[in-house]
Design a protein around this ligand. Sequence first.
Ligand SMILES: O=C(O)C(=O)C[C@]1(C(=O)O)C=C[C@@H](O)C=C1
Length: 373
Amino acid sequence: MADQDAPKPVNPDNMDLADLRDEIDRLDGEILQLISRRAQCALKVAEVKMKAAPDTAVFYRPEREAQVLTRVMERNIGPLGNEDMARLFREIMSACLALEKPLEVAYLGPEGTFTQQAAVKHFGRWVHSKPMPAIDEVFREVEAGACTYGVVPVENSTEGVVNHTLDSFINSNLRICGEVELRIHHNLMAGPNTQRDKISRVYSHQQSLAQCRKWLDAHMPMAERIAVNSNAEAARRVHGEWNSAAIAGEMAAQLYDLDIIEHKIEDAPDNSTRFLIIGTQDVGVSGDDKTSVVVSMRNEPGALYHLLQPFSDHNVDMTRLETRPSPSGNWTYVFFIDFAGHVEDVNVRQALDEIRKKAVEVKVLGSYPKAVL
Ligand SMILES: O=C(O)C(=O)C[C@]1(C(=O)O)C=C[C@@H](O)C=C1
């Protein structure tokens, strides 16, 4: 391009409103062209994948998405914050992937749950999402191939692990393809005809009731607390009942037309929940990964020590250990372990090889990128 054709540098400080809007129009034109070119590239990527593996092409690549979002955050110069910028790119990538192949994602419903919020955070808005009534039904939907991926909660920072999810992995061949972390804000909501001092029942998911226990003790000690399948289910019920309230997220209040009586009633201000993305694919190395395994050990003295020793010997950073009763009974246990690294990393492979020699069974649930957003 000749020098005289190059766009003149502009200094927004010296521009009036009309000039600033002209500049925004010009920049929007550039952004539009760039997004279109990016989408064309994604279509070409789909062609290349189809050519290489016509029957088994994998379009959604969590490791690549994590790298793209991490790079956006590293290169961002502001004034938009890193997370805001990454969310914009999250949606662009989501739209590009939908051009390649629209994804079907099952989640723990009904509509308006935190799990749906987590699904949107992870995949963006360009997927077909399908609410399922229970965690094991999310697993079944993905196992049956009706949806390619599923989203289920796995642990909460105040309430701990979601046992249903861990137990579902024991009898399933599904893998973990990703994780999402979500800050959870609980709100007390009711229909427009319900007065706060008349509330006699509070519905929510059992974990949400527990996460708001102190607030409920202090402000609604007389109201009966009723556990239901999900917070969105609680909101749906309250939609048709007087003198009842639900504890749920803002999405549920909008969906079921309820008024929020009190925002952020959770006892722990940094309350957050971790969700897993389940599917059938093995995810490649992103450079900042996590691995989850489930190990069953013989019930003998020192079993746990022998299980953990190889992690320390090979410098593998263990991030979580959960014990669950083994489905075979007899007071035996299985251990769910998360650690940093990917099964293709040498130290991880060595640690797992040693554990396999000592364990009754080792099942790798998946290596996947650490949550970026
Ligand atoms: O790089 C790929 O494999 C792509 O399909 C492109 C792309 C993107 O838009 O950047 C889209 C979907 C994938 O999940 C990852 C990245």
